[in-house]
Every structure is written in structure tokens, then in C-alpha cells.
Design a protein around this ligand. Structure first.
Ligand code: RAM
Length: 361
């Protein structure tokens, strides 16, 4: 089905100069505000009707744009995407910034648009900063799937959520409560201050903790920006500023690994609890040496795999992103689209000493 690809690529080239001109006027968008007029310029995707029997053409150009490269979590997630794109006989690519700041993804989206990408799969560093760029991509015919961290729902066709935000937040609070006997001061070590996923989880963690564990107080939230060294220093700072801190929750794979490294080499090892979201391979040593007893995550490879299949189904017209539509994601089976174009991968897994060696990612 190269004719499809050629037509699609050609459209990308034809619109390229118009896109470049628009990009010049919109690239300055770096904050969290969103121009309402921009919101309506993208193709909402749900106005067309889905054809569940549409065939997925070979050769789809499916690009992964993570929050940042050099993060083992995204290496695994994007690897799952690459596997799916291989099964679909598509053309996989991965591009992205080295740091996860709000607008660092904009130039990559603009380039993908100019190259005529059929599908852009991205984890947003900010709910609004990349919307204008994504609007241009969609106006040029690309389908946009967010995974891991969403944009404003108007800026994409579908969002692959790793688990429900409630499930992710409650799991971490329950794990911490178990480890500190439900009472005492707890701090949060997050990633970047603008990340949609982090902020959604933090908000729910705070309200759930206040309701379920009134003796447990969340005293501060600090940001390691998903940089190892900054996360390490923020951990040290928390322990200095709150000497009676009972625990740290780090809902980021970079943060929890850095915090574990700090704790394991300090007097706080085994005394200050640490939980959150981590990859088993980064956390294994700290579970074995007694720094960490339990933490959670989903399978990032499955997340990327599902996102690639959703993007291909959108591009082929099997789905439009409307609630109730279904599609098959290879080995993972059938998924149904929920409210606001959200597709939930499944439940998070809790890792402890007795199961961590069953996982290798
Ligand atoms: C980091 C990123 C990512 C988050 C995971 C848990 O790798 O912040 O967005 O989902 O942690």
C-alpha cells in the first residue's frame, strides 16, 4: 500500500511551507496557557465516522516523541512501540529532547509535520505548550496519540493512559501508609512542575491521603525535573528541611531511583520509607538492600505497543477517537475507547522482594 503513503507524504510536502509559516507565528508558545482559537483549528477526529473493517496500510510513518530521551522508562516504552510498528509493517522513528521542559518538544513536532508523519505518539511535558504544533500536524493529516502524559484532550485524537489516575495515585498512598503505619510526615519528589500526568496524580494523592489517612500529612512537593542529579539533591534537601520525615513518594522512575540511591548510602536507609513509580531494573538493588520494600508501575513496553496500534487504527480510519469504538492492539487484544478519547492499558503492578525478579525492564 505504498500509494497511500506516497499520497500522505506528498500532502505533507505540499503543506510544508504553509506549516513553516504558521510555525513561525506559533512557536513562541511555551507556557501553559492555550489560545482558544487554536483549540478549534485541529481536526477533532471524532466528526468522521469509523470503519472498523478498514485495513491498516503498510508503510505508515509512526513517530515516537517521549518527554525526553535518555530516560530508561521511555526507552522501554518506545521499544514496545517499535515492536508494534514492526508487526504493522510501518516505518518507526523516535525523536525527542534531552530535557523535559514545557516547550522542548515543539520543534520536533514541527519537523515531523514537515516530514509528513502519519502518526505522532507523544508524552506531553505540558498540557498546552505543544498544542499549536500538534494542531498543525493534525491539519496536515497526521493522527496524534498521547501516552503516559496527556495534553488538553482537544489537541490529540486519543490518550493511552497507563492505568486510571485514581488507581495510580491511590496505590502509591496505600503503599506509603502500609510502610509508615498510616501516620507521619510525607513528601513528594515529582518530575517537572508542568507534567500533566504528575500533577494529576499529585492532586489525587493529596485528597485521597487526607480522606483515608488523616494522620498522614503530605508536607511538601519538590521537583527533580526527571534529572538524576537534581532528584538526588532534592532528596537530600527534603531530609535536611524535615528531620522527622517518615517517607518520600516519588511518582517518577527517574526520581525514585535517585532517591533510593541517596537513601541507601545514608543514615536514613530503612528508616525513611520510599515508594512511588519505578522500573524493576532500576530498583532491584534497592529492594534487595532493604532501602525500598514496595513500589509500583505498569509495563511501559505494553504502553508504547498499545499507543502504536491506536495510532495505526486512527490513521486507517478504524477508529476516530470517539467513546465506545473498539480496535485490536496485536497481542494485547481488544480495547474500547472511553470518555474524552482515553484508552486505559490496565492496572498497575506492585513490585516487592518476592516478585521483582520476575520482571526484566
Ligand atoms: C518518569 C516520567 C513518566 C512517568 C514515569 C512513572 O519516567 O516522569 O512520565 O510516567 O516516570
Amino acid at each position: 500500500m505504498t500509494s497511500f503513503l506516497t499520497a500522505r507524504r506528498l500532502r505533507g510536502v505540499i503543506t510544508g511551507s504553509a506549516v513553516a509559516a504558521l510555525v513561525l507565528t506559533t512557536a513562541a508558545c511555551g507556557g501553559t496557557t492555550r489560545d482558544d482559537e487554536d483549540a478549534s483549528s485541529g481536526d477533532s477526529g471524532s466528526s468522521a465516522s469509523a470503519d472498523p473493517n478498514a485495513e491498516i496500510p503498510e508503510g505508515l510513518a509512526i513517530a515516537f516523541l517521549p518527554k525526553q530521551l535518555n530516560n530508561p522508562y521511555f526507552a522501554v516504552a518506545d521499544g514496545g512501540g517499535e515492536k508494534a510498528v514492526g508487526e504493522l509493517k510501518g516505518d518507526y522513528s523516535e525523536v525527542g529532547p534531552s530535557e523535559a521542559s514545557a516547550s522542548s518538544q515543539v520543534s520536533y513536532i514541527n519537523t515531523l509535520t514537515q516530514q509528513g508523519a502519519d502518526v505522532i505518539v507523544t508524552s506531553a511535558n505540558d498540557p498546552n505548550a505543544i498544542c499549536s504544533a500538534l494542531d498543525q500536524a493534525r491539519a496536515g493529516g497526521a493522527k496524534v496519540v498521547t501516552f503516559d502524559s496527556d495534553t488538553d484532550p482537544e489537541c490529540r485524537d486519543a490518550f493511552i493512559n497507563q492505568a486510571t489516575a485514581d488507581g495510580i495515585a491511590q496505590t502509591q498512598i496505600d503503599l506509603m501508609a502500609e510502610q509508615i503505619g498510616g501516620s507521619g510526615k510525607v513528601a513528594i519528589l515529582s518530575a517537572t512542575a508542568n507534567a500533566t500526568n504528575q500533577n494529576a496524580w499529585i492532586e489525587i494523592m493529596k485528597s485521597y491521603a487526607a480522606e483515608k489517612y488523616p494522620q498522614m500529612q503530605i508536607v511538601s512537593t519538590v521537583y527533580g525535573d526527571d534529572e538524576d542529579e537534581k532528584s538526588f539533591q532534592e532528596t537530600q534537601g527534603l531530609l535536611q528541611s524535615t528531620p522527622d520525615l517518615k517517607g518520600i513518594i516519588s511518582p517518577t522512575t527517574v526520581g525514585i531511583a535517585a532517591a533510593a540511591r541517596y537513601l541507601s548510602g545514608s543514615e536514613y536507609k530503612g528508616k525513611v520509607a520510599l515508594t512511588g513509580l519505578g522500573t524493576p531494573n532500576q530498583m532491584r538493588d534497592f529492594v534487595k538492600d532493604g532501602t525500598v520494600t514496595a513500589f509500583a508501575l505498569w509495563n511501559p513496553a505494553d504502553l508504547g505497543y498499545l499507543a502504536a496500534y491506536a495510532g495505526a487504527a486512527l490513521s486507517a480510519g478504524q477508529i476516530t477517537g470517539a467513546e465506545g469504538e473498539t480496535f485490536t492492539a496485536g497481542d494485547l487484544g481488544e480495547y474500547t475507547i472511553g470518555k474524552d478519547g482515553e484508552i486505559v492499558l490496565g492496572d498497575p503492578t506492585v513490585f516487592k522482594a518476592d516478585n521483582i525478579d520476575d520482571f526484566d525492564f
